[in-house]
Design a binder for this molecule. Structure first.
Ligand code: LAN
Length: 762
């Protein structure tokens, strides 16, 4: 058949199954770098040879059905279940071993069967280099930043990606027409306006009834003038909000003397690395050129005439529904000075400050190999780099290359992850769960690959001129995701190190390179250095400024973003890592002992009167209390093994037990994080159940009935193929935004079952 004949063939895409379209996505991973590529199906190869060809009738017909195959019903569960990734894997791997379960067998036997099936299944998802890839979505404010970066730089995504980005937004529109801060959240001005402009950039307009519903939500709630600070920033870059409507984001602040307590160099690194490119854009008033779309959006987004808006007043406008953390009067006071300075600023000084900002952005780009610390500064840095170095520059092209590292394809479309993945984190937990089940010999390749990934992900470089750019040296530590990312985190370093040490003690696990004591010493030095004066550990850095700086938090949507905060989870994990090291090596033993003792005192202060611990990175009290218990035990508090538990352990266990439901499960709603009090989910959740059980079993909680009911609940939820269902969202950051961790549904139930199998069934 000649090419022209082929082109005339009408392909009936309506007859194709959903998986035909899913199969257009190919996934690759190298050293943890996750990338999805769209591959044109054979039937279309001759028809679509360039981006313009997507306008041909047949290609459009394909895209229509392609789009429909990613329709997702949020009402069933707003959390997608990584079906595309898991389906693709299922096609690639040989069927894994399934052990038949005998319902009459003992709980111990059934737990063993469940573990074997669970790990067999989980092994099919492991990447050849040892890590687990997965959906790290959840927040809805990330893709808009990236789409704005692609729009201003005239670097569009390929058509199928655009289609799925839109599909993802449609899938997550709430019934009232708006969008939340994250997939389970109620509609907010920030969420709704950001998705609205994203859809407009991607080609939708008000002829679409769902766009009309979105617009109605915005106008009914006061219009885009009421978007909180980050939104004001993004809209200003888009040129649909005046830069004058922002409080000054002065690049000059980087030139403050170092002793100033609110010097931006002292902010929590995520906030610092976002303020950095924001100050570049503000200093240069970067914006999209006025065009038809800009003019149209100015009309669509406001209740008042755009040209008559009082922008100075607009700075203070914010939609009530959005406000989680109101701005403080000190912020209002200080911004009077910064806003005044903007009016009189010296051009020479601005130039000098911007030069430092540029160098700093380049520094972050080079150190993280253009991934950047997170999705927000990836997008805004891209805008700055495009503006400063130009579209054809090597630097900008490197950014564009890395955009893909953040994009994930699932059955609900294309989304931007909260990080470039959670590879090291998930792999460490999987490694520990496998060892605790004592099944490394049943899954030798999985075990060897886990070790390999931990080995190749240990950070191999320090930021150059680290002091100039407010960084610490981090060689020998571990990141949350990949070696390319290379920002060290306390608990990731501890979990990575702990896993390495546990595997080192298993000589039968093959290792290409051994992570020996010399390689661990720098991590120990860093962890000891990272302990704060209050005895606790923060996330990436030591606390650099007093907590009161939080009064300058302008974001409204998040808490604890201004300075590092010491956390139960990071502290508990670090103490456990240090202890494991001390059990194996003598290096700095006395320092470690002191650090653990001080850490224990810190944890005691974090315990609430009811015995619980608030979790900052997982939902919520179940997560925090699990870490609290492990940390206290690590610090020497007594569990139940001798029938004489310490008061604190007893209280923590009593708290957990008081939250168990009649069916044996624990189920906590993400609102616990937001409202700072335990809120029951209407359904039992396997992940919460696993965390509660892990804590109770670590303390050797003696009431077997409590534990066994929980274990039965987990077993009852496991599927025949060994996988577990995706339930409610389980991760959180800054008190208000939720985050998907798709691997948690496998790793934590298996870990809890492992603990039960080993400790309680003997
Ligand atoms: C993460 C993800 C992992 C998380 C743990 C390791 C679980 C935690 O114990 C320490 C903190 C850390 C590393 C963490 C910090 C905040 C992050 C980076 C995130 C929750 C992922 C996304 C989030 C980031 C701040 C998103 C951007 C939004 C802002 C409000 C700045």
């Amino acid at each position: 058949m000649s090419t022209s004949e082929k082109q005339n063939t009408k392909i009936d895409f309506s007859q194709k199954e959903q998986t035909y379209f899913w199969n257009c996505w190919k996934f690759t991973s190298k050293n943890g770098q996750q990338r999805w590529h769209f591959e044109i199906p054979d039937e279309l190869k001759d028809i679509v040879q360039s981006e313009e060809d997507w306008n041909k009738a047949e290609a459009k017909e394909f895209l229509k059905h392609f789009d429909q195959s990613f329709i997702f019903d949020k009402k069933v569960n707003p959390n997608s279940a990584d079906k595309v990734f898991r389906w693709i894997r299922d096609q690639q791997v040989d069927p894994h071993k399934i052990v038949g379960s005998d319902p009459n067998a003992s709980l111990k036997e059934r737990t063993r069967t469940s573990l074997l099936n669970g790990f067999s299944f989980y092994e099919t998802l492991q990447e050849p280099d040892g890590n687990w890839a997965g959906d790290y979505g959840g927040p809805l404010f990330l893709i808009p930043g990236l789409v704005i970066a692609s729009y201003i730089s005239e670097t569009p995504f390929e058509k199928p990606m655009q289609v799925l980005m839109k599909r993802n937004l449609w899938n997550h529109q709430n019934e009232d027409g708006g969008w939340g801060l994250h997939i389970e959240g109620h509609s907010t001005m920030f969420g709704t306006v950001m998705q609205y402009v994203t859809l407009r950039i991607l080609g939708e307009d008000l002829s679409h009834p769902d766009m009309q519903r979105a617009q109605k939500w915005i106008l009914d709630n006061g219009g885009a003038i009421k978007i909180p600070q980050w939104g004001k920033f993004y809209l200003s870059v888009l040129n649909v909000y005046d830069w004058k409507g922002n409080d000054a984001l002065l690049p000059e602040m980087w030139k403050f003397p170092k002793w100033v307590p609110f010097h931006p160099g002292k902010y929590w690194c995520h906030n610092r690395m976002i303020f950095l490119p924001m100050s570049y854009c503000y200093g240069n008033k970067v914006k999209v050129k006025e065009n038809d779309l800009v003019l149209a959006m100015r009309k669509e987004l406001y209740v008042q005439d755009y040209d008559k808006i009082n922008w100075r007043k607009a700075r203070r406008e914010a939609c009530e529904i959005d406000i989680f953390h109101p701005v403080n009067k000190w912020y209002l006071f200080l911004s009077k000075f910064t806003n005044f300075y903007e009016r009189i600023h010296s051009k020479r000084f601005r130039k000098k400050a911007l030069k430092y900002v540029n160098d700093y952005i380049d520094h972050e780009d080079i150190h993280t190999r253009y991934i950047n610390i997170g999705p927000v500064n990836q997008a805004i840095n891209s805008i700055c780099v495009w503006h400063h170095h130009g579209k054809d520059s090597e630097q900008f092209q490197q950014h564009v290359y890395r955009w893909q590292d953040y994009l994930w394809i699932a059955e609900d479309g294309a989304k931007m992850g909260g990080y470039n993945g959670s590879q090291l984190w998930d792999t460490s937990f999987a490694g520990q769960a496998l060892l605790e089940a004592d099944m490394e010999s049943d899954f030798p390749e999985m075990a060897a690959n886990i070790y390999h990934f931990i080995d190749i992900t240990q950070i191999d470089r320090d930021p150059v001129e680290h002091k100039k750019y407010w960084r610490d040296v981090t060689v020998g530590c571990w990141p949350f995701s990949t070696i390319d990312h290379a920002w060290a985190v306390t608990d990731c370093t501890s979990e990575g190190m702990k896993t390495a040490l546990l595997y080192n003690n298993k000589p039968h696990i093959p290792k290409k390179n051994v992570i020996d004591v010399e390689r661990l010493k720098p991590a120990i030095d860093w962890l000891l250095f990272m302990q704060n004066n209050d005895g606790g550990w923060a996330s990436y850095e030591r606390k650099r400024a007093p907590q009161w700086i939080e009064v300058l938090n302008p974001a409204m949507l998040f808490e604890n973003i201004m300075v590092e905060v010491t956390y139960t989870e990071c502290s508990s994990a670090t103490m456990q890592g240090l202890k494991e090291f001390m059990l194996n090596h003598d290096y700095r033993k006395e320092d470690i002992k002191k650090a653990i003792a001080k850490g224990t005192e810190f944890l005691k202060k974090k315990q609430w009167d009811d015995g619980s611990f608030y979790g900052c990175w997982g939902v919520c009290f179940c997560y925090g209390t699990w870490f609290g218990i492990e940390g206290l035990l690590c610090g020497g508090e007594e569990g139940y093994e001798n029938g004489n538990p310490s008061e604190r352990i007893k209280k923590a266990c009593d708290f957990l037990v008081s939250k168990q439901s009649a069916d044996g499960s624990w189920g906590e709603h993400f609102e616990s994080c937001v409202q700072h009090c335990y809120i029951q989910h209407e359904e039992g959740q396997i992940i919460n159940t696993a965390w509660a059980l892990l804590g109770l079993m670590k303390a050797k909680y003696p009431n077997k009935e409590v534990i066994e009911k929980g274990v039965e609940f987990i077993l009852s939820r496991q599927w025949d193929n060994g996988d577990f269902p995706q339930e409610a969202i389980s991760g959180v950051f800054n008190g208000n935004c939720m985050e998907t961790y798709t691997s948690y549904r496998n790793v934590f139930p298996l870990w809890a079952l492992a603990r039960y199998y080993q400790y309680y069934s003997k």
